[in-house]
Design a protein around this ligand. Structure first.
Ligand code: GDP
Length: 424
């Protein structure tokens, strides 16, 4: 049985905790897209961790953690992340890396940084982890596959081709130091030795696992609105954030994905530039940012303050639909307990017309929020275990949003801790 856990919004919905919970009941947990550009926060008996590349299953000894072919694999980063867990007392996790995954190379990070600088004020708000240059190379067919590291001739030729094209750009577009073929080849050799113990024919492994009835969890990163096709292009990430892509980025049949748990946040937050219809500013935003998440709404990877907004039913309904959500985990509800009234964005006004459908970016830029207001519950709901014990106004808020998004909310998260979850 395959389940996917994905985000409906801009990312940072609180997937980490729900993923950790679902990982406990899974045999295999797979990262299928993205790289170390985003992060989950997980709080457990070992402490508080920000995972960037490893799947959340790494804390359990009954699980296998898989880096699928769809991931942008930064090998030294992966090794560092594994070692840092072990240093903090976590038992060494069982990790498999797809032999079809491609390598995120140091020059991808350089190109990301150079391009952001070149675009200056018109940049896409990259985390400069090399993700966009990595996926560009993958589709331009000059990416390096893990399997290629193990063939001296193939890797030599690949490195030669990479230097040939990259150096033209480095010299004439960015005016930066050139790549050295020998040095790059040496880096590849080091990467080969580092990754060797983990390499696996993942899709074949998963094929067998499925036959044996194993429980598999696909762990998504970011959210629907960052998908390069269905998100707010071009303010998107460079690989698909949708559950459907899990089949491709892991190498399993699409029909095996039976459950798509979509994480929706009780208010909105986003990083980087781009349209954000329900955005709030000033003191109102500062207060929500300060109270948000666990210790404020600041990026897990970059530390950047997040942009804040009220719950956006238009974006979230679309985010759930495009994921194919079968159930919703509704998170950080506890944070809203300080508000007398809670505004919710229920429509977009575009060129004088109100719509409930999330439009493509050009139209989205013109959208103004249509807000409605729900009464707050004015108390701390952390520690509550049963849905029925939540204040009435809190249940009304949850049920209002459930109706708006049209997907059952099966879990309500009322605190950052592992136990702060209400099953409905
Ligand atoms: P992800 O990018 O979707 O994986 O987001 P994270 O899992 O990193 O969550 C973002 C932040 O929200 C972290 O600091 C979490 O500890 C915190 N968080 C998650 N769920 C809740 C919740 O229900 N209430 C509160 N207050 N914080 C939460």
């Amino acid at each position: 049985m395959v389940r996917a856990i994905v985000g409906a919004n801009w990312g940072d919905e609180g997937k980490g905790k729900i993923t950790d919970m679902l990982a406990k009941g899974s045999d295999i947990i797979i990262r299928f897209q993205g790289g170390s550009n985003a992060g989950h926060t997980i709080i457990n008996d070992y402490g508080k961790f920000a995972l960037h590349l490893l799947p959340s299953g790494v804390f359990y000894d009954h699980t296998t953690s898989v880096i699928g072919n769809g991931v942008a694999l930064n090998i030294p980063y992966l090794i560092k992340e594994i070692d840092s867990l072990v240093e903090r007392g976590v038992p060494r996790p069982r990790v498999l890396v797809s032999d079809r995954a491609q390598l995120l190379m140091p020059y991808h990070i350089l190109f990301d940084t150079y391009e952001e600088a070149r675009l200056a004020g018109k940049s896409f708000g990259s985390t400069k982890s090399g993700i966009a240059p990595f996926y560009s190379d993958k589709y331009a067919k000059i990416g390096i596959q893990v399997s290629e590291l193990f063939d001296d001739e193939v890797i030599k030729e690949k490195v030669r081709r990479v230097c040939e094209t990259k150096n033209v750009l480095l010299e004439h577009l960015y005016h930066k130091p050139l790549l050295d073929e020998k040095e790059l080849l040496e880096t590849c050799r080091q990467y080969r030795d580092l990754v060797a113990p983990y390499v696996c024919d993942v899709s074949s492994y998963l094929h067998d696992a499925l036959k044996e009835g194993k429980t598999i969890l696909l762990e998504g990163q970011l959210g629907s609105l960052k998908d390069p096709d269905h998100g707010i292009y071009p303010m998107v990430t460079s690989s698909s954030t949708l559950a459907a892509y899990g089949a491709i980025g892991a190498g399993i049949p699409p029909y095996e994905i039976k459950d798509i748990i979509t994480v929706v946040k009780a208010y909105s937050s986003a990083v980087g530039a781009g349209a954000f219809v329900s955005e709030i500013f000033g003191d109102e935003a500062d207060e929500l940012r300060r109270r948000g998440g666990d210790g404020g709404e600041f990026g897990a990877t970059t530390g950047r303050p997040r942009r804040m907004g009220w719950f956006d039913a238009v974006a979230s309904r679309y985010g759930c639909r495009i994921q194919g959500a079968t159930e919703v985990a509704f998170t950080v509800v506890d944070v809203l307990g300080y508000l007398d009234e809670i505004p919710v964005c229920v429509g977009y006004e575009i060129d004088g017309k109100v719509t409930r459908d999330f439009p493509a970016t050009v139209k989205l830029e013109k959208a103004r929020p249509v807000l409605t207001t729900l009464p707050g519950w004015k108390c701390d709901i952390r520690g509550i275990k049963k849905y029925g014990d939540l204040p009435e106004n809190c249940r009304n808020y949850i049920e209002f949003i459930e109706k708006e998004i049209g997907v059952p909310i099966t879990m309500v998260s009322n605190g950052p801790g592992r136990e702060d979850i209400i099953m409905r």
